[in-house]
Design a protein around this ligand. Sequence first.
Ligand SMILES: Cc1cc2nc3c(=O)[nH]c(=O)nc-3n(C[C@H](O)[C@H](O)[C@H](O)COP(=O)(O)OP(=O)(O)OC[C@H]3O[C@@H](n4cnc5c(N)ncnc54)[C@H](O)[C@@H]3O)c2cc1C
Length: 396
Amino acid sequence: MSRTDADVAIQGAGMVGLALAAALARSGLRVMLLDNGRLPHWQVEHYGRRVCAVNLASERLLRALGVWEALQRISPFRAIRVWDPLGGGHIAFDAADLGEPHLGHIIENELIRSVLQQSISALSGVQMRMPACIQELEPGDEAVTLRLTDGSRLTVALVVGADGARSAIRGLLGIPARCASYAQKAIVAAIRTALPHDEIARQWFLPGGPLAFLPLANGRCSIVWSLPIAQAQARLALDEVAFCKALTHGSAGRLGDVLEVGERSAFPLQRLHAARYCTERAALVGDAAHVIHPLAGQGVNLGFQDAAVLAKVVIDAKRRGRDIGGRLALRRYERARRGENLLMEWSMEGFHRLFTPGQPSLARLRSLGLGVTHRVGLAKRIFMRRAIGSGASILP
Ligand SMILES: Cc1cc2nc3c(=O)[nH]c(=O)nc-3n(C[C@H](O)[C@H](O)[C@H](O)COP(=O)(O)OP(=O)(O)OC[C@H]3O[C@@H](n4cnc5c(N)ncnc54)[C@H](O)[C@@H]3O)c2cc1C
């Protein structure tokens, strides 16, 4: 009989926590997944407002987890077009330049959660506790003892915080995080345009902030419009006709008139980086460890790679008969992921500052940068490879 109630407890059944649970359980580890929310509830008749641009590295992970084929509504994008109307620059990325059929897919967050949850519910090694939340944790030599809000206690070899930007696990572990608000909100909604999107993701760096049109499988586009908070509130308050007009103007009519907009919602934007990704018998993944501006659609892609690397080091440790919650394994995870995530955070920060409103002196510089990157094939290919997350599959 084992001495612990599970090998790994994961708090947070978001996309990243579920992917980690699936990767571990498929290798025979006993996983307990806790979330204070509810089970995913994707509906075929309703297109979810929250979508993600999922890159090729994440696609490989979801394929390795056996869930890719179950994603029944996905929209590939085979090109990205970016305009800087203020500076006059433009850059185009095409999958064909890399010899790939596409650069990624736009997928509803809830659909990803749903297929991952269904896949793990078929595995015997996973227990899901919802709603549930860890209130206290006490690391020991051989296990960490958790006390849940319902008063129950359990012991595991490793606890993982996958509980998002406001991670309670990060707080319980006493891991500080560098955190700053962008003083912006991102408005998301689905829109119908007069012209077809042709499976191209488009973005405009407008004076208020970036506006993205992401192609959906039903011919519509999902928008992400980042704006200073007061402007975002004002746009949310516009009636549908006026909002569509603002979008047609912002997109310079490249998809013709914006004809319809669905329900809108807005999310405050921040950046965050935890000072450490692991302590004694504990690790952080996904938004619990790092949050970046959504302007390049990379947040969950980084989180999925965290999940893949952490799963790999834990499974390796288990196979070698080593402690899966030991420093050696967890440090390997942190070393492999922190640099990469910091690099992406700084790149997003650089982009954000370069395109921040009220810096006209930078307008020429950035349009020059876009123009040079567009023309210099090698620079463009390096940039694209990083964005689509190429590289070998990292699951064992
Ligand atoms: C507008 C916008 C657009 C974006 N677009 C993209 C994109 O195109 N591509 C991309 O890669 N990324 C994108 N992102 C980022 C992406 O959405 C996040 O990186 C991703 O959702 C993080 O997933 P996660 O599983 O780490 O955390 P979360 O999605 O935050 O999930 C955390 C889970 O933990 C649970 N939880 C929280 N607290 C507790 C607690 N105390 N106890 C128990 N459970 C708890 C929650 O219920 C939730 O289920 C975007 C973000 C925004 C805001």
